[in-house]
Write a protein that binds this ligand. Structure first.
Ligand code: FE2
Length: 286
C-alpha cells in the first residue's frame, strides 16, 4: 500500500510518469506536476478555489473553436506566449514576438516592391526592411510573410467588408536583402473582450485590452532560424501597456517623412514626401 501524504504525493505522481518513452516529454510532464503541486502548496489552494479554476478552464474550452482559441489568448494575457518567444530569442539578433491568432498559411506572393494599399482607408506609408545575419551581412535569399490589420482595427479573416487576403502578402527580398511594402499605417486594436480570459481575469485586474499598432512578419532564409515577430509604431499610445506583453525596444520603428517623388508618383500620393518606416531584421544561424 502506498501511503500518500503531503511529503510523498508529489514525488509519487512525478514518478508515475517515468515510463513516458520520450525523454523531453517525460521532463515536461514531470516538471509540470512538480510546479503545479508547488503552486498549490504555496497558496494553500482550497477546494473552492480549485473548483473555480476548473470552471474557468471549462469556459475557456467552451468558447474555443476552429477559428478561435481562447487558450491561446489566455497564454498571451498571462505573458506565457511572450516568455516562450523570449526564451527562443538569440540576443545577437532581432527578438521574436507574439504570432497572434491571425496568421494563416497561403498568403499571396507579390513581387518586390509590393503595394497592399488597394481600396483601404488609412494613412499611406512605406515600410522598408533589410534582412541580414547577425553581423549585418545581407541575406538575398530571405522571404517575408507579412500581415496587418485594416484602418478599422480588424484583420481580413474577421471582417466581411474586407476582400480576401487584404493587407497581407509574401515576398522575396532583393539582392541587397531589402524589400519595400506600400501599405497603410497599422492601428491599435483590442484583444477579444467577450470571453473568460478578458471577463474573468484581465478586466477585473483593471488592465487594458489594447494592443499597440504593429505589423506582423515571419522572416525566413535558408540556413537561418525562422523569426516570428512584430514591428511596432513608436508613436502608439499603448506601447507601454500591450495586453499581451509583445513590445521590445528593438522592435519599435518610427516613421520619417522622406522625400521620394518616384515612390509618391508610383503610389499616387500628392506631394513628394511619404512616411517611411525602415527596419532591419537580423536572423540567427541554424
Ligand atoms: Fe496583430
Amino acid at each position: 500500500m502506498k501511503d500518500m501524504g503531503l511529503a510523498t504525493v508529489t514525488e509519487a505522481v512525478a514518478q508515475s510518469f517515468a515510463g513516458l518513452p520520450d525523454a523531453r516529454q517525460r521532463e515536461l510532464v514531470q516538471c509540470l506536476v512538480k510546479a503545479l503541486h508547488q503552486y498549490a502548496r504555496d497558496v494553500q489552494l482550497t477546494h473552492t478555489e480549485w473548483r473555480a479554476a476548473l470552471t474557468f478552464l471549462h469556459k475557456v474550452g467552451d468558447i474555443s473553436s476552429d477559428s478561435r482559441s481562447e487558450f491561446s489568448l489566455l497564454s498571451d494575457v498571462l505573458g506565457l506566449s511572450s516568455l516562450v518567444d523570449l526564451l527562443a530569442s538569440d540576443p545577437a539578433v532581432t527578438p521574436g514576438s507574439v504570432l497572434g491568432p491571425f496568421h494563416t498559411p497561403g498568403s499571396p506572393w507579390l513581387s518586390n516592391p509590393a503595394d497592399l494599399t488597394g481600396a483601404n482607408a488609412g494613412q499611406r506609408v512605406l515600410l522598408r526592411a533589410r534582412v541580414c545575419d547577425s553581423a549585418g551581412q545581407a541575406l538575398p535569399g530571405a522571404s517575408i510573410d507579412f500581415w496587418q490589420n485594416a484602418a478599422n482595427g480588424l484583420y481580413w479573416q474577421v471582417d466581411l467588408s474586407q476582400p480576401t487576403d487584404n493587407l497581407r502578402c509574401q515576398l522575396k527580398v532583393g539582392a541587397d536583402g531589402c524589400c519595400e511594402i506600400a501599405t497603410i499605417r497599422a492601428v491599435p486594436y483590442e484583444i477579444p473582450t467577450d470571453g473568460p480570459a478578458w471577463l474573468d481575469l484581465v478586466e477585473p485586474a483593471g488592465r487594458s485590452a489594447w494592443r499597440p499598432a504593429h505589423f506582423h512578419v515571419i522572416v525566413s532564409a535558408s540556413g537561418y532560424r525562422t523569426l516570428v515577430t512584430e514591428i511596432f509604431d513608436a508613436e502608439d499610445p499603448y506601447l507601454d501597456s500591450d495586453a499581451v506583453f509583445g513590445v521590445r525596444e528593438a522592435l519599435v520603428g518610427r516613421y520619417q517623412n522622406v522625400a521620394d517623388p518616384e515612390a509618391c508618383a508610383r503610389l499616387g500620393l500628392p506631394g513628394e514626401k511619404v512616411p517611411v518606416m525602415s527596419f532591419e531584421i537580423r536572423l540567427a544561424p541554424l
